[in-house]
Design a protein around this ligand. Structure first.
Ligand SMILES: Nc1nc2c(ncn2[C@@H]2O[C@H](COP(=O)(O)OP(=O)(O)O)[C@@H](O)[C@H]2O)c(=O)[nH]1
Ligand SMILES: [Mg+2]
Length: 276
């Protein structure tokens, strides 16, 4: 009797153990039964719906991120055009003595509009040897390019300015993204300064000649330079309206008419930055 009891209780324990090892078995079994009973069409529909949700999420993320990535406003131009002073004026309104920049500096810039958009303002060094290297780094994130021109000595620099612009306008990445190109004709406080209209006309003329010489150089080099787009429309004199970028010429003075203590005259630039 005693032994029977022990055997019985042992078997009971064994059963308990088996049951506790897989406590979900009955549920999984019934779930599988239900799924088998169900219409396979419904199952496919559920899977398709899930896939659509996942794909939408991926697309949204890609779309939103590609929009947020392009939030940089680049300050470019030749040396001493006034980029660094403009950078400081846009950010704090203050006058700052500047030194030739050899590296880039960036800061968040709050546009003066109701939306309160914030762009990353980037001051690029203008020196020949560093120019393309920094441009390469930032061009794909550019929402706008502020091209600063020294209007006071423009006549002397017109060729260099045109060459710099040619490089920007024939860049594949820049033409594809088509950021706004704001040409800031700076130093208008100086009496010798050329007007924005005159600067635009002279640059169009210079770019027109540059295009002829450059494409001649390209074809004689069996076109292996590649990677650049044709400037403007073939068979037509070059005009800024022909490029995919929205180009706007404006006059400004980072120094301002009242000198170092006064405010800068940069309203037109600020207005354009607010509309980006
Ligand atoms: N008169 C005048 N001088 C300016 C103006 N903007 C910049 N400058 C001066 O031009 C020089 C070069 O300016 P900077 O900002 O360093 O040029 P960057 O090389 O393009 O960064 C500095 O001495 C500035 O004070 C301006 O609107 N008017
Ligand atoms: Mg500088």
């Amino acid at each position: 009797m005693e032994t029977d009891n022990t055997v019985g209780s042992n078997m009971g324990e064994k059963e308990d153990m088996e049951a506790s090892e897989t406590p979900f078995d009955p549920y999984i079994e019934s779930l599988r039964q239900q799924l088998e009973d169900q219409d396979p069409v419904l199952l496919i529909a559920v899977i398709v719906a899930l896939a659509v949700v996942v794909i939408t999420c991926v697309f949204l993320k890609y779309f939103l991120s590609s929009k947020t990535v392009r939030s940089a406003v680049l300050l470019v131009g030749l040396c001493d055009a006034g980029k660094t002073l403009l950078f400081s004026r846009l950010l704090s309104g203050k006058f700052k003595r500047t030194q030739t920049s050899i590296t880039d500096s960036s800061a968040p810039y709050k546009a003066k509009n109701d939306r309160g958009s914030t762009w990353t303002l980037i001051d690029l060094p203008g020196h020949d040897s560093l120019r393309s290297q920094y441009l390469e780094k930032f061009k794909s994130s550019a929402r706008a390019i502020v091209f600063v021109v020294d209007s006071a000595i423009f006549q002397k620099e017109v060729r260099d300015v045109a060459e710099f612009l040619y490089m920007l306008l024939t860049d594949t990445v820049i033409s594809r993204n088509a950021p706004a190109l704001l040409v800031a004709c700076n130093k208008q406080d100086i009496t010798m300064a050329k007007s924005a209209k005159l600067i635009q006309q002279q640059l169009e003329k210079e770019l027109n000649t540059l295009r002829v010489t450059r494409s001649a150089a390209l074809s004689s080099q069996d076109g292996s330079v590649g990677g650049s787009v044709f400037l403007g429309k073939k068979g037509k004199d070059f005009e800024f309206s022909q490029v995919p970028l929205k180009v706007k010429f404006m006059e400004c003075s980072a120094r301002g008419s009242k000198g170092e203590e006064g405010d800068a005259d940069i309203e037109s630039l600020e207005k354009s930055l607010a509309k980006l």
